[in-house]
Write a protein that binds this ligand. Structure first.
Ligand SMILES: Nc1ncnc2c1ncn2[C@@H]1O[C@H](COP(=O)(O)OP(=O)(O)OP(=O)(O)O)[C@@H](O)[C@H]1O
Ligand SMILES: [Mg+2]
Length: 359
């Protein structure tokens, strides 16, 4: 048994001081627009994964005018209670579990996983390659600490290598041996990333296609393709052949930081070909497939449904809920209780976010 028993937000987004208690099953957070519902589930996401699924920076999440933000949670973990504390300052994030602070966030990750269904998901189909990489990076990192660590190292090396390419272009002199080492390290970490992405996509696809068929009553076929910028066996070759181009562009042109993923429906690109209903089917199917993969991991899982019910009729709400394993703690945000299926309300804790709680 694993669930969040309570949550305390201090200077996080619009919440100066908010304390909430949760049920171990379904929690429905109700409040008007801008009352701070998404901020609550965003905080839960931060606790699990060390980052938001929305914010680009720490500052965005710290209440305006406050120096730092704090998220605290009391967690029931098997037969004991854990205390989790996540603090955000403009330039750093810190996490402590039962008063033990982790030197690196990556040492903490894996305590619990989060699967979030939110309006921003449309970016998986309509967004940029960076949006899709972000989505898959968060997903694969939850499934593989090897991937997470390789990605952290890759980003660091990439930054150094790009700085070096700028120096070369500006005739500032550079260390040829260091460039060679950075390129070799980039290839090493890049190879791990590409291999893990390939492995993940081939594990995801059968689940994804199944869910797509299930939601569309057998009408649609879905597949996700991994579009590599450069395959592993060509990395070494392109880096040695195209260095002139990289110096001219002052940036690293090859490697997994330039990869993309394509979602296809019945053999066609979903972004250009699918109707809105079909796109919704594909998004839901991809999220459900990922949730199933996360559910099979050892780490506990909590599920967030942020504002995804408002546009579904009650039959579809029930269909979605029946496809989510109810053994997990679920957080649902909505502006009105009327839009929710009565079957769902029966077994849920209703949490109303009042105006006075928002300072
Ligand atoms: N750093 C911040 N400091 C103070 N307020 C913030 C900060 N970031 C966001 N807000 C404000 O917090 C409020 C709540 O936002 P949130 O997205 O949580 O609302 P919501 O209840 O999910 O609304 P909706 O129903 O429209 O989705 C918004 O008015 C937003 O502008
Ligand atoms: Mg919201």
């Amino acid at each position: 048994m694993f669930y969040l028993k309570s949550l305390k937000l201090t200077d996080f987004r619009c919440h100066q001081n908010l304390f909430l208690t949760f049920a171990r099953s379904v929690n429905i957070i109700i409040g008007k627009n801008a009352s701070g519902k998404t901020s609550i589930v965003e905080a839960i996401h931060c606790l699990g994964l060390g980052k938001s699924y929305k914010a680009g920076s720490n500052t965005e999440m710290i209440r305006k005018g406050a120096p730092c933000g704090i998220i605290r949670a009391e967690i029931v973990n098997q037969d004991k209670n854990d205390e989790l504390l996540f603090s955000l300052s403009p330039n750093s994030k810190k996490v402590a579990l039962n008063n033990k602070t982790f030197a690196r966030l990556s040492d903490y990750l894996g305590y619990f996983n989060v699967s979030v269904f939110c309006p921003e998901d449309y970016r998986l189909i309509k967004g940029t390659p960076r949006d899709r990489r972000n989505f898959f990076d968060i997903s694969i990192s939850q499934l593989s600490s090897g991937y997470l660590n390789a990605s952290i190292r890759y980003r660091k090396i990439l930054k150094q290598r790009n700085e070096m390419l700028k120096m070369i272009a500006g005739n500032q002199g550079y260390d040829r041996i260091l460039l060679k080492i950075l390129t070799e390290q980039l290839i090493k970490e890049g190879t791990t990333i590409i291999n893990e992405r390939k492995k993940f996509i081939s594990a995801l696809n059968p689940l994804f296609n199944n869910k797509t068929k299930q939601i569309s009553s057998g009408k649609e076929q879905g597949v996700i393709k991994y579009l590599m910028n450069t395959d592993i066996d060509r990395l070494e070759q392109v880096f040695s052949q195209k260095i002139v181009n990289e110096i001219a562009m002052q940036t690293t042109l090859f490697g997994p930081h330039r990869d993309d993923f394509e979602i296809k429906i019945n053999g066609e690109n979903a972004g250009t070909f699918a109707s809105q209903g079909q796109q919704r089917t594909l998004l839901l199917a991809s999220k459900l497939a990922l949730t199933e993969m996360l559910a099979n991991k050892d780490s506990p899982l909590v599920i967030i449904l942020d504002d995804v019910f408002s546009e579904l009729d009650s039959a579809r709400q029930n269909q979605l809920l029946s496809m989510i394993n109810r053994d997990f703690q679920i957080f649902i945000t909505t502006t009105s209780i009327e839009s929710l299926a009565s079957k769902l309300l029966e077994h849920s804790k209703i949490i109303e976010i009042e105006e006075e709680e928002k300072l």
